[in-house]
Design a protein around this ligand. Structure first.
Ligand SMILES: Nc1ncnc2c1ncn2[C@@H]1O[C@H](COP(=O)(O)OP(=O)(O)O)[C@@H](O)[C@H]1O
Ligand SMILES: [Mg+2]
Length: 450
């Protein structure tokens, strides 16, 4: 059941429309006086308003204006005489949802009401989702008490609500996208789109048409005009992730867009002006790429108007307990399970591991531990073996305490033996499951154990 406000200075018309709405099961607020209706609007907060467009004292446009002041705005259906269709079209341009011309058929108006309410429902859901998104990307949700992260916060708080182009640099998993979203959702562009593009995911020509769009016939397969992501992000923010992998020719085109603030669809001759804030991220040093000729220096300076450097997790190990706590809570909320506790020994192991995959790796480890642990208590054995033994996966740095002086072969064998034993222990002695986890055959496992 929805609340519908009906306004017409003809009492008979109000009666007809109200009856029809009640038949659909809605609650009706009928008004003969448009002034009184406007007064009642904020208190009534209807989902839909049905208003005559031509009344003696107040026009349908005034009603429309009053509706636009409400949040969320109700869906407005204008009722018009045949002569005023042009006015109704104007009203649609100003945000009315629909219009019906008198005399209308009952089912015509009913259909319009139903559609308006469905639309209204979607709008409200959208408002709710956006609010929820905003909650998620509040600065408070970026965790870290280390001085290095404190510096990052104060910088992003300062620059969020500007239109400056920002380059976010940091290893994979350090939270670059999280920072980009926080920047957008704390800027005046927050009610407009945030569009993220991974520049390494597509080959050059596809990325170009993805970013800038194309004209029908621009290349084989371009069967119709297509809008690019820059246009989609109009008035909002575009996030160019992994910009370091963008091809040189496209870098040149991007530079032009940043300088001139217009885009041109592939195969088109006309420029389209855009208002888009650009955020970019790189997971390798662009400075080094410039030296080796892999990245345009002028583009770098355009992007890095404000550079933000996110340090790897191993340089701020003191953030780990807070982050671990944050993820344990996040997972509990997601799964509606009790919040797991982390045993001090496990926390110690977490805080000593160098985390080559950074915060993302930590988040995955906590998620896994929450799933494996008994009675909501995370113990050392619930952590991934590499964390327990402080052996970082290949992308990471070598741990500090290595037995220098041994032969490589004996070191690797020793590491392998410990790894296999730990995996078997992890699988409660099941060699079968351990072999599966290690992705080796049973025969290989037995040979290695021997
Ligand atoms: N400081 C942080 N506080 C809370 N969560 C974080 C933080 N940094 C990263 N994360 C989480 O870690 C994961 C990886 O972050 P992401 O922004 O995708 O990293 P990147 O883009 O640098 O690879 C995401 O789930 C993100 O929410
Ligand atoms: Mg990323």
């Amino acid at each position: 059941m929805a609340r519908i406000l009906v306004i017409d200075d003809e009492p008979a018309m109000v009666e007809v429309i109200s009856t029809l709405c009640r038949e659909l099961g809605h609650q009706v607020f009928p008004f003969n006086s448009p002034e009184r209706a406007i007064e009642a609007l904020p208190g009534c907060m209807p989902q839909a308003v049905i208003a005559d467009i031509q009344m003696e004292s107040v026009s349908g446009f005034d009603i429309l204006k009053a509706c636009r002041d409400l949040n969320p705005m109700p869906a407005v259906i204008m009722v018009t005489g045949h002569a005023s269709v042009q006015t109704a079209v104007e009203a649609m341009k100003l945000g009315a949802y629909d219009y019906v011309t008198k005399p209308f058929k009952i089912d015509e108006l009913q259909l319009s009401i139903q559609r308006a309410l469905d639309f209204q429902c979607a709008v409200r859901e959208n408002v709710y989702l956006k609010k929820e998104l905003k909650e998620r990307y509040k600065f408070e949700n970026i965790i870290g008490s280390s001085p290095k992260m404190q510096q990052v916060y104060s910088l992003i708080a300062k620059v969020a609500d500007t239109d400056s182009t920002i380059l976010i640099q940091g290893e994979s998993g350090t939270g670059k996208e999280l920072v980009a979203r926080a920047l957008h959702f704390n800027s005046r562009r927050q009610h407009h789109p945030f569009v993220a593009v991974n520049c390494s995911a597509l080959p050059e020509n596809l990325l170009e048409s993805e970013l800038f769009g194309h004209k029908k016939g621009a290349f084989t397969g371009a069967v119709q005009d297509k809008m690019g992501l820059f246009e989609e992000a109009h008035n909002g923010t575009i996030f160019l992730d992994e910009i370091n992998s963008m091809a040189q020719t496209l870098q040149t085109k991007l530079l032009r867009v940043l300088q001139e603030r217009v885009i041109r669809r592939v195969g088109d001759t006309k420029n389209i002006p855009i208002s888009v804030r650009v955020l970019a991220a790189s997971n390798e040093s662009l400075h080094e790429k410039i030296l080796t000729g892999g990245f345009r220096e002028d583009l770098y300076y355009r992007l890095a108007v404000i550079p933000i450097e996110i340090p790897p997790l191993r340089e701020r190990l003191e953030d780990i307990p807070l982050l671990a706590q944050h993820f344990v809570q996040k997972i509990a909320v997601q799964n509606t399970t009790p919040v797991a506790k982390i045993q001090p020994e496990a926390l110690e192991a977490l805080a000593c591991y160098p985390w080559p995959g950074n915060v993302r790796e930590l988040e995955n480890a906590i998620e896994r531990a929450c799933a494996l642990c008994d009675e909501s208590l995370i113990k050392v054995n619930d952590l991934p073996t590499q964390v327990v033994h402080r052996i970082p996966t290949p992308a990471g740095e070598t741990p500090a305490q290595l037995p220098v002086g041994e032969s490589l072969d004996s070191f690797v064998k020793e590491l392998e033996r410990r790894f296999i034993e730990e995996t078997i222990r992890f699988n409660e002695g099941s060699r079968d499951r351990a072999a599966k986890m290690l992705n080796i055959s049973m025969a290989t496992l037995y040979r290695k154990l021997a």
